[in-house]
Design a binder for this molecule. Structure first.
Ligand SMILES: Nc1ncnc2c1ncn2[C@@H]1O[C@H](COP(=O)(O)OP(=O)(O)O)[C@@H](O)[C@H]1O
Ligand SMILES: Cc1ncc(COP(=O)(O)O)c(N)n1
Length: 268
């Protein structure tokens, strides 16, 4: 029996390697989980933006899910880009069969500003998928959509995190402060306690894929058996190092740099 833990991502692709499935698999690998992937949409994108999107036929998404679920134990999984209601419905049907933590990155808009999910799918995500999650990880614009209010201060962030758990029934909420001013402060509400994770803001435009990397790291750590707080703490350390080591690849928002993050883990 091997001690290796598996992590599965269900998401869209990024051929330029910075976000989506590619970022998730790189993160799983760096964190020594065995990475697996279900592709929902093939996205032609790079550091400057999204050029076109091809949705994988629903039946093929189902076959990919069945192939993995029927054969391999899944210790944790995450979802990223799920573009439309039909895909969401399929995922809502299939994933309860997976007895493992579920981290949802409610991807709506890429760092470049391009929209990645259909407008009518947002409500479905909030109403049908959120209650299935162990943790949802919205950035500020995504959290604003989920609660239907503007978020400007850390107090607003805390209120939003509480609402997402108590009103919309997410298992826990981690709201990421990358889009606010000042230090990069994220708030985790686990249904009981409000936790705060803070890092110095790094002066860089190379933030393509930060959200994907962060949620993939959390999923990997949960799959390795860490409790939620500890998984987020390790993942925050990992994503901050990946941003600090990012580099100006391409002419737009460069990617975070996973392989330069081989740093010692923080003491819990
Ligand atoms: N410039 C930055 N310096 C340090 N941390 C950052 C920076 N930008 C984002 N982060 C952190 O990266 C993680 C991803 O956040 P964010 O960029 O808001 O997500 P998304 O990619 O979904 O928009 C969070 O932990 C956030 O605090
Ligand atoms: C397929 C896919 N999924 C997600 C993102 C969001 O990336 P970011 O972390 O930069 O917001 C993306 N650009 N492409």
């Amino acid at each position: 029996m091997t001690a290796v833990k598996t992590a599965l991502t269900i998401a869209g692709t990024d051929p330029s390697g910075g976000a989506g499935i590619q970022a998730d698999l790189k993160t799983f690998q760096e964190l020594q989980s065995y990475g697996m992937s279900i592709i929902t949409s093939v996205v032609a994108q790079n550091t400057t933006g999204v050029q076109s999107i091809h949705h994988v036929p629903l039946e093929m998404i189902e076959h990919q899910l069945d192939a993995v679920i029927s054969d391999i134990p899944i210790h944790a999984f995450k979802t990223g880009m799920i573009a439309n209601i039909e895909m969401m419905r399929l995922i809502a049907e299939k994933t309860p069969k997976i007895d493992a933590p579920y981290v949802m990155d409610p991807v709506m808009v890429a760092t470049s500003g391009d929209t990645l999910i259909e407008a009518n799918a947002r409500n479905f995500l909030r109403e049908q998928l959120l209650p299935l999650t162990t943790l949802v990880t919205p950035n500020i614009p995504e959290a604003e959509f989920l609660i239907g209010e503007k978020i400007e201060t850390i107090d607003d962030v805390k209120l939003a995190a509480a609402l997402i758990v108590e009103k919309f029934d997410a298992g826990a909420a981690l709201i990421k402060g990358g889009h606010l001013k000042g230090d990069a402060i994220d708030i985790l509400y686990d249904g009981n306690v409000m936790h705060r994770f803070s890092a110095k803001r790094i002066d860089t435009k190379n933030t393509h894929g930060t959200g994907c990397t962060y949620s993939a790291a959390i999923a990997a750590f949960l799959g390795q058996g860490l409790p939620l707080y500890n998984a987020v703490r390790q993942a925050k350390h990992f994503v901050t190092a990946a941003i600090a080591n990012s580099f100006p690849l391409g002419s737009g928002h460069g990617p975070t740099n996973h392989w330069a993050t081989r740093v010692e883990k923080v003491k819990q």
